[in-house]
Design a protein around this ligand. Structure first.
Ligand SMILES: Nc1nc2c(ncn2[C@@H]2O[C@H](COP(=O)(O)OP(=O)(O)OP(=O)(O)O)[C@@H](O)[C@H]2O)c(=O)[nH]1
Ligand SMILES: [Mg+2]
Length: 283
């Protein structure tokens, strides 16, 4: 045997006695980050509501908007994420959120936005047009908007307006993180099947997105969502230090600059929202 070649026995002797688990380290780091992110999100405070774009809070800093059909669970998801029962107003009655609502996250330059839902049929036609126009204005012109959390009821995904939102966000170079909401309504098998089907459908359209199952009722997918929010809004673990909460944190600013900023937006390439899709999933 060549002197540098080790026999199987020698190899076995030299092998570490215990398996070294690298995944464990990563898991620990991930869960530390997600729990810090959840703590950070708990600081959320109501900032203001605006019925239209020009009455919104100043367009500086970074915000992520929760969008989706009426009754998809946007306000509930914000409450679950921030661990506050009534920060955003949720209701059984579709069409509950009628304004653009802003929440700060311990720093006025990092915000969550609860949008009115689209597609609610029982609103008078005139009002529907007004909301639709304001939603459109917000989505097209809001410079601090970094991306959307697009919520779809897992039992009724990818309806007409959802697809328009996706294309629109894509044209504006906004990220889209999809929540298939009310996942508690399906068993695990059918829920995962729905997830795969939506992924497949969207991959065919070649749109960039990330996606997960979510339930406000049983808090499924909460850590995952918290990490997406934290990553996208440039939250760093240092930021959970009281001393760093004044927005002057250098590393936060650096991270923020790494996000997909709104460069080279071709507004003409943005599709305009069409007619309101009138069939409501819950009706
Ligand atoms: N089972 C279940 N019900 C949910 C979940 N999330 C929200 N709901 C219910 O769905 C209804 C609508 O929730 P909201 O959070 O008000 O929905 P929204 O998307 O903000 O609706 P609009 O403000 O009308 O656009 C309420 O009755 C919630 O309790 C969930 O994860 N599971
Ligand atoms: Mg709402």
């Amino acid at each position: 045997m060549h002197r540098y070649q080790k026999s199987k026995d020698t190899k076995a002797k030299l092998a570490p006695k215990h398996k070294i688990s690298y995944t464990k380290k990563t898991d620990d780091a991930t869960s530390a980050y997600s729990s810090q992110a959840l703590n950070w999100l708990r600081q959320a405070e109501f900032l203001m509501s605006a019925p239209k774009l020009d009455l919104c809070v100043e367009d500086t800093g970074y915000e992520i908007a929760f969008a989706g059909r009426s009754n998809a669970g946007k306000s509930s998801a914000i409450n679950t994420l921030t661990n506050q029962k009534q920060l955003a107003r949720a209701s059984k009655r579709p069409g509950r959120t009628q304004m653009i609502n802003f929440f700060t996250l311990g720093n006025p330059e990092q915000r969550l936005v609860d949008l009115p839902g689209y597609g609610y049929a029982a609103v008078p036609e005139e009002m529907k047009k007004v909301w639709q126009k304001e939603l459109e204005n917000y989505l097209i012109h809001r410079e601090s908007l970094q991306g959307l959390v697009l919520l779809m009821d897992i039992r009724h995904p990818l309806q007409h307006f959802d697809r328009m939102m996706l294309e629109w966000a894509h044209a504006r170079n906004l990220f889209v993180h999809i929540l298939l909401t009310k996942a508690d309504k399906l068993n695990r098998g059918p829920a995962n099947k729905a997830l795969l089907e939506v992924k497949k459908d969207l991959n065919q359209l070649k749109l960039k997105f990330s996606i997960q199952l979510f339930s406000s009722l049983d808090r499924q997918g909460l850590d995952e969502l918290a990490m997406v929010m934290a990553g996208r809004l440039g939250f760093t673990i240092n930021q959970s230090d009281e001393s760093d909460r004044d927005g002057e944190n250098d590393s936060t600013q650096e991270n923020i600059q790494e996000l997909d900023l709104l460069e080279g937006i071709d507004l003409d390439a943005i599709p305009i929202l069409g007619e309101v899709d009138s069939d409501h999933p819950e009706k």
